[in-house]
Design a protein around this ligand. Structure first.
Ligand SMILES: Cc1cc2nc3c(=O)[nH]c(=O)nc-3n(C[C@H](O)[C@H](O)[C@H](O)COP(=O)(O)OP(=O)(O)OC[C@H]3O[C@@H](n4cnc5c(N)ncnc54)[C@H](O)[C@@H]3O)c2cc1C
Length: 306
């Protein structure tokens, strides 16, 4: 992994850094680039705009590593309200939701995360859409896949996320290739014992996994902004005889927005991951870590304000 990326992700866990970044007025400006807003109304507005432009969306209520049941409950309620409104304004067919199990109680033990995620899945079904379970750091992979398997007994369309940087992922991809799977590179700081460190190795594993997904009978969702991977996936999809409706590209809100529209105009299904809510810290730090230019943008704003 890029040393700057490792450094930023390590600094992100430091309380002093968290206090500075979370309270600096300039953070708001940077956050605005990557986050649709704080409220459900903001999320619906952003979703409406993107869908109007021919894109689809997956909405994420920001928050992770919840340490108490009340916060987990508030997160669930935020999803239930969001799904209700998506249905009411007629956007549910083009909008699904992404859920982090750690936000709905994975760290609190027992069946809380499964029970809470089940409530979100039931509400999504009621609204006419579905859920994808985001994948977090490698210590949660097994637990997340166990909850996924339980959820799929009732809601087979629930999406999995697999991260190409993990050494185990090719096996997981083979296991899940006949289902709905989002493939991404992976956004957390992981040790070399479990993850590829060299970005080229990650890309090679992404392509290996993409081939297995495209050869399977499931619905692959390729979450990447990497132009080379987008090109390779498009070519491999044609080779496997997949029509443009049989897989999709996914990108993040505020990242390569021109390319999102360009791919959609070419006929591809493009889904934008739209985060909203007040708990943006962890999400922002992962976005800064992905691209040094984002850190420079952040620091420039900091200096120009001070
Ligand atoms: C829809 C979606 C869902 C995701 N879900 C998860 C998940 O559940 N779990 C998880 O671990 N990770 C998730 N990720 C993040 C993912 O793992 C990567 O960290 C992230 O997408 C960057 O990797 P990349 O494939 O875009 O390639 P990179 O090699 O990182 O980037 C390729 C190019 O894309 C552009 N780019 C990438 N990131 C940024 C950025 N932050 N700001 C500006 N430009 C950028 C740059 O031009 C860069 O050169 C998700 C990503 C997407 C798009």
């Amino acid at each position: 992994m890029n040393p700057l990326r490792t450094l930023i992700l390590a600094a992100a866990g430091n309380d002093a850094v968290r206090r500075v970044v979370a309270t600096a007025p300039v953070s708001r400006d940077v956050v605005r680039r990557f986050v649709a807003g704080e409220t459900t109304a903001d999320a619906i507005d952003a979703a409406g705009g993107l869908i109007g432009d021919g894109l689809r969306v997956t909405l994420d209520h920001l928050g992770e590593d919840t340490t108490d049941r009340a916060t987990a409950e508030r997160t669930v309620r935020a999803y239930l309200e969001l799904l209700d409104q998506l249905h009411d304004v007629g956007l549910a067919a083009d909008a699904e939701v992404s859920v982090k199990l750690s936000a709905v109680g994975l760290g609190l033990g027992g069946t809380l995360a499964l029970d809470n995620a089940s409530r979100v899945c039931a509400a999504a079904e009621q609204a006419g859409t579905t859920v994808t379970l985001d994948m977090e750091d490698h210590t949660t992979t097994d637990a997340t896949l166990r909850v996924l398997a339980e959820l799929r007994r009732h809601w087979p369309s629930v999406g999995a996320v697999l991260q190409a940087y993990l050494r185990r992922t090719l096996d997981d991809v083979r296991e899940l290739a006949d289902t709905r799977v989002r493939l991404c590179k992976g956004a957390y700081a992981e040790p070399p014992s479990v993850a590829y460190v060299d970005p080229h190795e990650v890309d090679l594993n992404y392509v290996r996994c993409a081939n297995v997904l495209l050869a399977g009978s499931g619905y692959p969702m390729f979450a990447t902004h990497d132009p080379r991977l987008v090109e390779i996936v498009s070519e491999r999809a044609r080779w496997y005889g997949r029509s443009v409706e049989d897989f999709e590209f996914q990108m993040l809100y505020g990242v390569r927005t021109g390319e999102q529209r360009h791919l959609a105009a070419e006929g591809h299904v493009v889904r934008v991951y739209v985060p909203f809510g007040g708990q943006w810290y962890g999400y922002l730090m992962r976005r800064l870590a992905e691209r040094p230019a984002n850190v420079a943008f952040f620091l420039r704003s900091l200096v120009s304000r001070s």
